[in-house]
Design a protein around this ligand. Structure first.
Ligand code: ATP
Ligand code: MG
Length: 416
């Protein structure tokens, strides 16, 4: 059997915790997988930032990227290796063009998802350019903000059309607050979105390939308490709906990893997606804590599957099959089941599960063992040090550590 080494590159920015865990667990797994007529092993390496010759061949079979959504030099390099060397890159750099909330809202509205009523308004202030004044004088129509607020209804949320990390997000209860918030919005292009109000459940659904973890989320809690500790307790039909919604969104945009936020309206019980263009999703132990080992394990599974089976990267998006379903004369629930099937097909769920069963049966045991080690605790502590003042290091290291241990206990219970 010919031996093949697959080299996995990690393209990283400030990420600290999951890459160390990922590298260490892959080292411990020490895999040599019989795939077809070859024996496949893996090597993980961090990608450096340096000049590159355009004709240079990529060292990597797969690159897991967390940097290029803001760091353009690496984005250009990643696009180059995807085009020239067939390197599998996740997430696809081209899909960052679809990352704005506006595009993602429009696309999912087209599929019939119950996105809350949303308007986009021109910015309050513009950057001065030579053409600005004549353009505005000729074409910018005065508009009545209060009237738009009335049409949407209160409460509503004002938030940037391309936002993230809650920057510029304001809850608005009446016309005065709306004017005040708009006056302060500067050059941001803003959405006004009807609030899902009241809601009884808020979830974040983290998708990594065909793996979806549905986590309850409390946005009113401090950062380290927002993801609710423990398993969600939603009914099977709701879990199926959330999985289908997540896989629809992720496959539609070509996101191998992404996080989708949905809120369930208390009275109607309808799940409204409100924010799902998050293709560089939260991956820190300091926010995910209990759910963090799942993230590490899911990333390992999916990246090894893609590298070992030489899954071809889909360079172009194809939205026609989704729109074909959207245009059918059937209910949204029926459509969602069909979109979900496209998602399962895109992420090769059956083939992936078979791969995991055949080759990674011992992964969970290695992960469980790793997350009981001093090494794992040190990684958590090092991350805590970057986020908290010194007098809180012990307290928060212990807190996140104990939540990771709760996850381990839960896994043991499930297995027995
Ligand atoms: N339509 C809505 N109904 C109810 N709550 C909302 C709505 N839109 C936003 N929110 C609240 O505002 C918060 C931030 O909004 P949103 O998630 O859209 O912004 P963001 O900047 O992308 O945040 P992040 O990157 O942390 O997800 C949400 O977590 C939620 O609590
Ligand atoms: Mg959000």
């Amino acid at each position: 059997m010919a031996k093949v080494k697959k080299r996995i590159g990690l393209s990283l920015g400030a990420d600290l915790c999951w890459p160390f865990c990922y590298e260490e667990i892959i080292k411990r797994l020490d895999l040599e997988l019989p795939i077809g007529k070859r024996k496949v092993s893996f090597e993980v390496e961090r990608v450096s930032i340096e000049p590159h010759r355009l004709r240079e061949t990529s060292r990597y079979d797969l690159v897991m990227d967390r940097l290029t959504y803001w760091y353009r030099t690496s984005r250009e390099w990643i696009k180059k290796i995807a085009i020239m060397d067939d390197t599998y890159v996740l997430n696809s750099p081209w899909t960052f063009q679809s990352m704005e909330k506006q595009t993602s809202y429009c696309a999912m509205m087209r599929l019939g998802m119950p996105i809350p009523e949303t308007w986009l308004v021109p910015p309050k202030e513009h950057e001065e350019t030579a053409d600005l004044k004549p353009t505005m004088d000729r074409y910018a129509r005065l508009f009545d903000l209060g009237e738009i607020g009335e049409k949407i209804g209160y409460p509503l949320f004002m938030k940037p059309y391309d936002g993230g990390a809650w920057v510029g997000v304001t809850k608005i209860d009446d016309a005065d607050q709306l004017r005040e918030a708009y006056d302060q919005s500067g050059r941001h292009i803003m959405h006004l979105q009807k609030a899902v109000d009241p809601y009884d459940v808020f979830v974040r659904c983290l998708g990594i390939g065909p793996q979806v973890r549905i986590m309850r989320y409390d946005p009113s809690a401090p950062q380290h308490d927002r993801y609710v500790v423990g398993e969600n307790e939603l009914a099977a039909d709701e879990l199926a709906l959330l999985r289908a919604s997540t896989l629809t969104i992720n496959s539609f945009f070509g996101w191998d990893f992404n996080s989708c936020e949905l809120l369930r309206h208390t009275d109607t019980r309808v799940w409204h997606p409100i924010d799902y263009a998050n293709a560089c999703p939260d991956s820190q132990v300091t926010s995910l804590h209990y759910h963090f080992p799942w993230l590490v394990m899911a990333k390992i599974r999916w990246s090894l599957f893609c590298a070992a089976t030489e899954r071809p990267m889909k360079l172009n998006q194809d939205w026609k099959p989704y729109f074909k379903i959207a245009d059918k004369d059937i209910s949204f629930e029926e459509k969602l089941i069909e979109y979900g099937k496209l998602g399962e097909k895109h992420f090769e769920t059956a083939k992936f599960e078979e791969f995991c069963e055949r080759h990674l049966g011992h992964l969970e045991e290695v992960v469980m063992d790793f997350f009981s080690s001093d090494e794992a605790k040190t990684i958590i502590r090092d991350k805590v040090k970057t986020m908290f003042p010194e007098h809180e290091w012990d307290e928060f290291t212990d807190l996140f550590w104990s939540r990771v241990q709760s996850w381990r206990e839960h896994q043991t219970e499930v297995a027995s």
